[in-house]
Ligand binder design. Sequence first.
Ligand code: ATP
Length: 309
Amino acid sequence: MTLVRERRHQEPLTLSIPPLLYHRTAFSVASSSSSSPDSSPVETINDLEKLAVLGQGSGGTVYKTRHRRTKTLYALKVLRSNLNTTTTTTTAVEVDILKRIKSSFIVKCYAVFLNSSDLCFVMELMEKGSLHDALLAQQVFTEPMISTLANRILQGLRYLQEMRIVHGDIKPSNLLINNKGEVKIADFGASRIVAGGDYGSNGTCAYMSPERVDPEKWGFGGEVGFAGDVWSLGVVVLECYIGRYPLTKVGDKPDWAALICAICCNEKVEIPVSGSPEFRDFVGRCLEKDWRKRGTVEELLRHSFVKNR
Ligand SMILES: Nc1ncnc2c1ncn2[C@@H]1O[C@H](COP(=O)(O)OP(=O)(O)OP(=O)(O)O)[C@@H](O)[C@H]1O
């Protein structure tokens, strides 16, 4: 991981893609209007040359790429081959979701190509990397910065909610930042279109809500998935304020049991007294353990901490 992070700051290195390796398939996603890359869409994967590795996730690698003719920069996420039934299903869900999305609060996907079993997602390049990178670099987040960030994530969640999509994996590495400093939601690997309250069991445990970790104790119902995304937002917001993962204490053994206990036990999450009353109330509404009492996206968008951002 350290190696990858170091490499992203190096001069672009040209990694050529073997010709004819990739071919276009029925997965191709129509690009939408507005921002500049749309006027020069990627027609084949060979239009792109790889410049550097941007990051690595559990399923594959993300590259910085450049369109050979137009010189437009894109991010290219390559999900590794040997797709089994589960990953194929997950990926098909991700592609289906991406096809429907058009929001300035969500990272744009211009096209998806299939290379035998590798899937390549051509995405909007988010030049400043992820919020996770920013936290690792010990960037200090002031309350106004956190408020703007929370407002954007909530607007993205509102858009998804209108489309009946639960993201299911809101966490710092899935929140990307562009050159303008705008945060957008990325990565729909764990997302599910809500049908009768069903939403995925994938996602990252540290940011999962109590009802996802222990549904028997906390119960479930129609809007439970959306409430889970709000919980994750609360964890992210608190993490930006504190500068480290906030639900376990410094010195706690960072094991699975401690994490589950911190998420699911009955005590309220501690919110630093140094925060403003608005900040403390906002985080408290997100990190309400009982999802039925938790703030909704609409309510939180009207909250004084994020309003008018
Ligand atoms: N569109 C993009 N623009 C710039 N950097 C990106 C983009 N997409 C991803 N990245 C970088 O690549 C990293 C890996 O992304 P990826 O979505 O593959 O995995 P992840 O979300 O970090 O982890 P996991 O898939 O295991 O949950 C991100 O953390 C980010 O730093």
